[in-house]
Ligand binder design. Structure first.
Ligand SMILES: Cc1cc2nc3c(=O)[nH]c(=O)nc-3n(C[C@H](O)[C@H](O)[C@H](O)COP(=O)(O)OP(=O)(O)OC[C@H]3O[C@@H](n4cnc5c(N)ncnc54)[C@H](O)[C@@H]3O)c2cc1C
Length: 451
């Protein structure tokens, strides 16, 4: 039971901030409580739009004093809607956008409200980039804290593997820096353990030289999906680290069901065109966007497929192999979709992700080959339950063919967070949680209860 805190008391917090507080019924509140997933409809007691670390510390202390649970909002993209909550306090970092690039040291520091598109814009001014998500409107915070897979990951690792340090406001309102040398237990947990351990006010990343890339998607009629997914499997398994393939079976507005592959090739251009040949040879291409483009263009190429407000329910499963049986299950499910935009995406892992030591970070799944995302998506609330049932059903059929593990950042509301970690890793995370947040103040996340 969340204690009642009246509006006048909440307004007192405002005097301790450079930011502002949005209260129920007040201007801007309804817009501010909305997140990317249109299925989420939470009504926090208040949303605190902080402008800096001082405001975050004041908000955390206020929440402790009044017994209010806290949700932390970075980019607001998490499908579970854990950036917002019912009745508690939302600390919203959307206004915290500072990004400082040090091109000589090849490092960048970015505040917790930065989105990947904003980060890429600044770092690309120097021809540099860090592995980030494949959609430019996703927050750096949630993505990095859960692991963070992107086009550069087979070359340079996950987003969390490129984290050098993080500044954190803890549940007591204290402030610590986490790195290999300072609070290393916290630093370990922040790299894959999600938003459980405090409010990360800024992230310091390693940068890599990246400029142009040969990238795009090639789409085929859905009737060819079996051949497309099997050819994708061949090219994906043979790919060097500087090339990554995704595949999907999806429903596109005004087009209908298609099968598609996405290639991103960071090596010599001619080699990339050669690598694309086995895909193009399948013929009957509906559209083909592959071109040599600046890095930021690649980072936005899937944005249109992921607009804010559509209604999502996700399941995911890591696979050691993409067997004919799994392809068959995907195709049958896609023939019998329930949501008007249901889709399945397959990401390829391996490369630098697998070469990082298993226990170097809290992220668990370093040896898998594929991550299968099963996305129940609809535009009409009447289709919510059918889309959810569709995603759950396909997941249950895939489960015996999977490693049993899931990606914490793809878990939906109510999913078991334990599936994202082994028992040993989960226990270690719970012990670190007990040290930094013993009262579970930060519980609106894929929650790891304090040991
Ligand atoms: C369209 C789309 C594309 C995606 N693409 C990818 C992809 O390519 N690769 C990939 O790995 N993942 C991807 N994801 C998943 C993504 O990693 C998660 O949704 C992630 O949680 C988003 O981070 P956010 O900051 O936007 O989310 P939020 O919803 O703001 O936050 C997610 C969780 O992180 C915590 N959190 C947020 N900010 C902070 C902070 N500053 N300090 C502490 N905790 C914080 C909160 O507890 C919250 O529970 C994608 C998601 C979407 C919707």
């Amino acid at each position: 039971m969340v204690p009642a805190v009246d509006a006048a008391t909440l307004k007192e917090l405002e005097s301790a901030l450079r930011g502002s507080i949005l209260l129920r019924g007040g201007e801007g509140y309804d817009q501010a409580r909305r997140v990317w997933n249109g299925m989420i409809d939470k009504r926090p007691l208040a949303i605190v739009r902080v402008a800096g670390v001082a405001g975050i510390r004041a908000s955390v202390r206020f929440a402790q004093t009044h017994g209010l649970p806290v949700a932390i909002r970075g980019g607001g993209h998490n499908v579970a809607g854990s950036a917002v909550c019912d009745d508690g306090l939302v600390i919203d970092l959307a206004a915290m956008k500072s990004i400082r690039v040090d091109p000589l040291a090849r490092r960048a520091r970015a505040e917790g409200g930065v989105l990947w598109g904003e980060y890429d814009h600044e770092t690309q001014a120097f021809g540099l980039a860090s592995p980030g998500g494949a959609v430019s409107t996703t927050g750096i915070a949630g993505l990095t804290l859960g692991g963070g897979f992107g086009y550069l990951s087979r070359m340079y690792g996950l987003a969390c593997d490129n984290l050098i340090s993080a500044d954190v406001v803890t549940a007591s309102g204290g402030f610590v820096t986490a790195s290999e040398d300072s609070n290393p237990d916290l630093f370990w947990a922040l790299r894959g353990g999600g938003g459980n351990f405090g409010v990360v006010t800024s992230f310091e990343y390693q940068l890599q030289p990246v400029q142009h890339v040969l990238t795009g998607f090639v789409a085929f009629p859905f009737a060819m999906a079996d051949a497309v997914l099997k050819r994708f499997r061949e090219v994906a398994l043979e790919a060097p680290d500087h090339r990554v393939w995704f595949a999907g079976a999806l429903q596109l507005p005004h087009i209908g069901k298609v099968a598609a592959v996405v290639m991103s090739h960071f090596g010599a251009e001619e080699e990339g065109w050669q690598a694309l040949r086995p895909i193009r040879e399948l013929g009957s291409i509906l559209f083909d966007t592959v071109a040599r483009v600046p890095y930021c263009v690649m980072q936005r190429q899937l944005d249109a497929n992921s607009p804010k407000g559509q209604r999502h329910y996700w399941k995911s499963a890591y696979l050691s192999e993409l067997s004919d049986e799994v392809i068959g299950l995907i195709l049958t499910a896609m023939e019998n979709t329930a949501g008007d935009l249901d889709q399945v995406m397959i990401e390829t892992h391996g490369g630098a992700i697998s070469r990082t030591a298993k226990d170097a970070t809290a992220f668990e799944h370093r040896q898998v080959r594929f991550n299968l995302g099963i996305f129940g998506i609809c535009t009409n609330p009447a289709l919510d339950q059918p889309a959810i049932a569709w995603a759950r059903s396909l997941y249950q059929q895939i489960l015996p063919h999977s490693t049993g593990g899931t990606y914490v950042n793809y878990l939906s509301e109510g999913d078991d967070v334990h599936t994202a970690y082994s028992d040993a890793r989960f226990s270690r995370l719970a012990r670190i949680k007990a040290r930094y947040d013993p009262g579970n103040l930060f519980r609106f996340n894929h929650n790891i209860a304090p040991a």
